[in-house]
Design a protein around this ligand. Structure first.
Ligand SMILES: CC(=O)SCCNC(=O)CCNC(=O)[C@H](O)C(C)(C)COP(=O)(O)OP(=O)(O)OC[C@H]1O[C@@H](n2cnc3c(N)ncnc32)[C@H](O)[C@@H]1OP(=O)(O)O
Ligand SMILES: CC(C)C(=O)C(=O)O
Ligand SMILES: [Mg+2]
Length: 562
């Protein structure tokens, strides 16, 4: 990198528009959308789409709700020419959709373009030429007067050709390519030349499309440029003012939004921001941004994943996992405090009230996404996410203090594995931690018999490997089991609830207990189809866990003394 970038790069000059109005406007209705996926998007692919892929994407764009679709550059390739012919000859264009075709301002290319759409009930022909100083000088070798003559000649040529085809309802779209780098007076002259040559008036509209062919300034500058043009284009009522932002500075969406506030009626872009270099403006993001402000975009993204898969198949480009709204990770929270807030948000959300689940700007269900991947657990996760997954996937509702205790167990596991834990893996860890009474356990309960009055119990247990029968009394199975074990155990909390349904229904009992001589309390759990068995197992489990702690405490004390 050079030490003084100012010797190499110049900032774009601000627009002299002190009475700009766009900053205090907001977007209250959807613009006219034009998808240029099949033209600007297509011309930017490693391998441009063949006819079949173009047709697949065209049909998807129609299904989404686009009413204007740029279908190609028919004078550039036989594939594009044949595709446009196929759309028309096979009557593939719905009555409420208008196709657009693009051409350079060259007589032979214009003629071929008109030939491509001959017979269509409606068509927009998109004529462009670059107007910025560097292009005038370097690419075309024309001065401003020559550029205006060039526009007049080519628009007039198109007018003559289309006037001879009255069976088609023709619209001209004129783009001063490189608009955002062009002096505003020159852009205005170029557009007015096109407006005049086309003969705009009632029943004969023109689309003036203003691109950031290469995005070159902060979006407020583009908004000023659009408001400046919006105030001067005439006759404004017969002009559809369109914008065509690219994304070279990563602000294509912002530029389009501010441009709409500044007077644009129409926006051209591509799904998921495909297009030349850093892409065209991303229509999915723009549309869903609008949706989250309570404005319907008029496009159907209610199954965003399906749209993404079609776009990926047709363009052979992946949608980034963090792409706004559509990426695989956008409805996923790994970090603990986010998970906690999302869990509470889902629980508090009234389905008929305004959406206010923390950290989720949009309800995943509105995009056809489920809550499945909302919360995932790794070493950054806290108790909220762990509790959410266990509850949703396994019906385990942990008391808050148990959530805290278990999250430390999970943390040790994820730190060691450096990976993610699924709901099933969490359930296995929960079972191993709280339900196990296997070979390592000091007390194993093989069965029990409850007295008819429910006040007495007989336990068939092995303690440190020795099988024996223990008897206890109490005002219920829990107290009777504690009595039978003969341990100084204090039960602080007990709860039992069903997990699963029908034949799979099980009772899950959770107890919190403390043992004399052991600091603090801990939890144990028991699961069984029989509710008393679940309670007995929970007591045995917590007794084992406390006994183990006592052993560890003794070992720690011995080690410290040594
Ligand atoms: C910003 C944009 O995305 S604009 C759209 C760009 N898209 C495309 O170009 C994709 C399709 N284009 C093509 O396949 C080819 O460019 C074709 C078939 C249209 C033309 O091909 P060629 O005749 O070989 O010309 P080439 O591609 O080299 O284009 C450069 C020529 O076009 C001229 N030109 C460029 N833009 C325009 C324009 N808008 N109007 C008229 N002439 C133009 C250049 O000045 C240059 O002319 P020169 O050869 O006399 O110096
Ligand atoms: C509008 C056309 C010419 C275009 O794709 C661009 O300028 O980016
Ligand atoms: Mg473009």
């Amino acid at each position: 990198m050079i030490a003084k970038p100012a010797t190499k790069y110049q900032p774009i000059a601000p627009v002299a528009l002190t009475d700009r109005t766009w900053p205090s406007r907001s977007i209250t209705q959807a613009p006219i959308w034009l998808s240029t996926d099949l033209r600007d998007g297509n011309q930017a692919l490693f391998e441009p789409m063949n006819g079949e892929r173009k047709m697949r994407l065209f049909q998807e764009l129609v299904r989404i709700g686009f009413k204007e679709i740029e279908v190609g550059f028919p004078a550039a390739s036989q594939t594009d020419f044949d595709f446009v012919r196929r759309l028309i000859d096979e009557d593939q264009v719905p009555a409420d959709v208008t196709i657009m075709v693009m051409t350079q301002s060259r007589p032979d290319l214009i003629e071929r373009t008109v030939e491509a759409v001959r017979g269509a009930p409606r068509a927009i022909v998109h004529l462009y030429n670059a107007t910025a100083p560097a292009w005038r000088r370097i690419v075309f070798g024309m001065n401003v007067t020559q550029v205006m003559e060039f526009i007049d000649q080519n628009v007039s040529h198109l007018k003559r050709l289309t006037d001879a085809e009255p069976g088609t309802e023709w619209t001209l779209q004129y783009s001063p390519e490189t608009f955002s780098a062009t002096e505003l007076e020159v852009s205005l002259r170029a557009c007015q030349t096109a407006i005049q040559a086309w003969g705009v008036g009632p029943g004969r509209r023109i689309i003036i499309n203003l691109p950031t062919t290469v995005e070159n300034a902060t979006p407020n500058v583009f908004a000023d440029q659009i408001e400046w043009m919006h105030r001067r284009l005439a006759p404004r009522e017969h002009v559809v003012l369109s914008v065509h932002p690219h994304n070279d500075r990563g602000t294509g969406v912002a530029a389009a939004e501010l441009a709409m506030m500044a007077g644009a009626d129409r926006v051209e872009g591509c799904l998921f921001g495909n297009g030349e270099r850093c892409g065209n403006v991303d229509i999915v993001t723009l549309a869903l941004n609008m949706y989250t402000q309570g404005v319907h975009p008029g496009l159907d993204f209610s199954d965003i994943t399906a749209v993404a898969r079609v776009a990926e198949e047709c363009t052979a480009l992946p949608v980034h996992p963090r792409h706004p709204y559509a990426g695989d990770l956008v409805f996923t929270a790994f970090s603990g405090s986010h998970q906690d807030a999302i869990k509470k948000g889902f629980a508090a959300q009234d389905p008929n009230a305004l959406w206010e689940v923390p950290y989720l700007p949009i309800d995943p269900a509105d995009l056809g996404r489920t809550y499945d991947s909302v919360i995932r657990v790794n070493s950054q996760s806290g108790k909220g996410g762990i509790a959410f997954l266990l509850e949703r996937e396994h019906g385990v509702v942990m008391p808050r203090r148990m959530q805290v205790e278990f999250s430390a167990v999970v943390q040790r596991q994820t730190d060691a594995s450096e990976g993610e834990m699924t709901g099933d893996a969490l359930w296995s860890l929960f079972q191993a931690t709280y339900l196990a009474t296997g070979p390592g356990a000091a007390i194993v309960c093989h069965g029990h018999k409850l007295a008819d009055d429910g006040q007495g119990i007989e336990l068939d247990v092995s303690i440190d490997g020795t099988r024996q029968t223990l008897q206890g009394q109490g005002n219920g199975p829990i107290a009777a089991t504690v009595d039978a074990l003969g341990l100084p155990l204090r039960v602080d909390h007990y709860e039992e609830r069903a997990t699963g349904t029908g034949a799979n229904a099980q009772a899950l009992a959770i107890v919190e207990a403390a043992l004399e001589g052991v600091a603090g309390s801990t939890f144990g759990a028991g699961a069984s189809h029989n509710i008393v068995t679940a309670s007995v197992q929970a007591i045995v489990s917590v007794a084992n866990r406390l006994a183990q702690r006592r052993g560890e405490g003794t070992r720690a004390a011995t080690t410290a003394a040594a």
